[in-house]
Design a protein around this ligand. Structure first.
Ligand code: NDP
Length: 469
């Protein structure tokens, strides 16, 4: 007993003595990163996400080495909890299928874990960890009380019948439900998880738990606890952020040409808002190729094909004159002043970034999570293209999910106009804090550093205040 007390005191003392001690920043960050590589082998996307944040943290550690103490950064890079589970379900042929489910509850220092569920065959633990890690800083940047988490499955919804989707969602939720709750962990959608899947997931949660706890998931249908603007929020928010970034350079979105990759939830509403603000969206895509439409996107047709018929972008090209479908083509070869990658991680590489720069692109904002490779971001820096990282530019989705939670908690529902105004203000603030923090650390216009540092400081200060847990 005595020796335990004694060693505790010694530990506390050593914390006090080490507090603020100058550190060799490059060496310290390299050690953190080596440890990440060693402890998380075979997870390249997670390594990539951590490397980017650590690079930005060098500016912080040079100013205040307290953040190198108390195992703070090591704790932040280690999820609080990682849940991996079997998801058995029966297909339309009566065959038993088995998928793998994940929920990584990364950091709850600011509030309940919050982050989407992704259903895509490429999903593995490393992908979910990279998304969960990004989510911590993104959620912090919104200024709302939400922690970071992410989940999903290697289930491929493409080509599945409605009944198969329902069977899968019910099986997935049968396990997930024991780990979530409105004060614990609140999942939402992501790639492959839209309104239909959230419906089946919520139904199964309600059935098992026997109560209408509508704050347990966000992205719900409007007549059972959903929020207006949640569907549009990530795409609209990305465009609002782009507007702010352009305004800082004295530029406007109207009369510019915009490329939006993808044609899912984020892409469709980025296209809608960009065109509403007077831009012309000249190209969009899916994993089979891209559509070039120099006169802009016919939104009615796009909504019909993607949201009602669940079709492909090639169907859009077939249905309308004056557009071209480029099978397996590179969308970044299209000329435009603004590019919004809104599909998936690492979809825009260094070579494509050079093509964008050669074609006169001036602004890039990530609607997707980590769609630009580190090489692409380096090209943007060298060629003076203004670049907004996803954790700032696509924060509108999760922010509006938090607004949905507020409405659920107060049993209220807000108007479209009011909710959109809240989203607009949140994105303006995300831009302000990102830009201001970049300047504070003598990196004006470096929105990667600004977003990482601003997101980090709030989480780090809360972790320091709450002790070593
Ligand atoms: P959806 O499933 O609705 O759409 C994804 C789109 O990306 C589809 O058009 C899909 O095409 C395309 N896509 C997927 N993989 C590839 C690929 N390898 N190459 C080219 N296109 C591809 O997902 P979301 O729109 O919800 O999500 C898109 C991105 O935005 C993701 O990175 C997600 O994490 C991020 N995000 C989403 C938020 C949200 O609120 N939904 C919030 C914040 C970020 P296909 O149909 O051919 O696969």
């Amino acid at each position: 007993m005595h020796s335990l007390n004694n060693s505790t005191t010694q530990q506390q003392l050593s914390f006090v003595l080490r507090k603020g001690t100058p550190v060799n920043v490059d060496q310290t960050v390299k050690e953190y990163y080596d440890q990440i590589l060693q402890r998380n082998a075979g997870e390249p996307e997670f390594h990539q996400a951590v490397a980017e944040v650590l690079q930005s943290l060098k500016y912080v550690l040079r100013k205040d080495s307290t953040y190198a103490e108390y195992g703070l950064i090591e704790r932040m890079c280690e999820p609080e909890r990682q849940i991996i589970f079997r998801v058995p379900w029966i297909d339309d042929q009566g065959q038993v299928r088995v998928n793998r489910g994940f929920r990584v509850q990364f950091n709850s220092v600011l509030g309940p874990y919050k982050g989407g569920l992704r259903f895509h065959p490429s999903v593995n633990l490393g992908i979910i960890k990279f998304l969960g890690f990004e989510q911590i800083f993104k959620n912090s940047l919104t200024g709302l009380p939400i922690g970071g988490g992410k989940g999903g499955s290697d289930f491929d919804p493409k080509g599945k019948s409605d009944r198969e989707i329902m069977a899968f969602c019910q099986s997935f939720m049968t396990e997930l439900q024991r780990h979530i709750g409105d004060k614990v962990d609140v999942p939402a959608g992501d790639i492959g998880v839209g309104a239909r899947e959230i419906g089946y997931l919520f139904g199964q949660y309600r059935r098992i738990n026997g109560r209408h706890e509508n704050g347990v998931l966000t992205g719900k249908g409007l007549n059972w606890g959903g929020s207006l603007v949640r569907r549009e929020a990530t795409g609209y928010g990305c465009v609002y952020f782009t507007q702010e970034m352009m305004a800082a350079e004295g530029k406007r979105l109207d009369d510019t040409r915009v490329i939006v990759s993808g044609s899912g939830n984020v892409a469709i509403y980025a296209i809608e808002k960009a065109q509403e603000l007077g831009a012309t969206v000249v190209a969009f895509s899916d994993s089979s190729g891209y559509v070039y439409c120099p006169e802009g996107v016919n939104l009615e047709l796009l909504h019909e094909i993607k949201e009602v018929k669940r079709g492909r972008v090639s169907d859009y090209a077939k249905a309308i004159d004056h557009v071209e479908f480029h099978e397996n083509g590179n969308i970044w070869e299209v000329e435009a002043e603004v590019a919004l990658p809104c599909a998936t991680q690492n979809e825009l590489d260094g070579e494509s970034a050079k093509i964008l720069a050669d074609n006169g692109c001036e602004f890039v904002a990530e609607g997707a999570n980590m769609p630009c490779t580190p090489e692409a971001i380096e090209v943007f820096r060298k060629r003076k293209i203004h670049f907004a990282p996803g954790k700032a530019a696509n924060a509108g989705g999760v922010a509006t999910s938090a607004l949905e939670m507020q409405q659920n908690a107060s049993r209220d529902s807000w108007s479209f106009e009011y909710t959109d105004k809240r989203l607009r203000n949140i994105m303006r603030n995300v831009f302000k804090v990102t830009a201001r923090t970049a300047e504070e650390f003598e990196q004006p216009g470096n929105y990667v550093a600004g977003a990482n540092i601003a997101g980090f400081r709030k989480v780090a200060d809360a972790m320091l205040a709450q002790g070593v847990i």
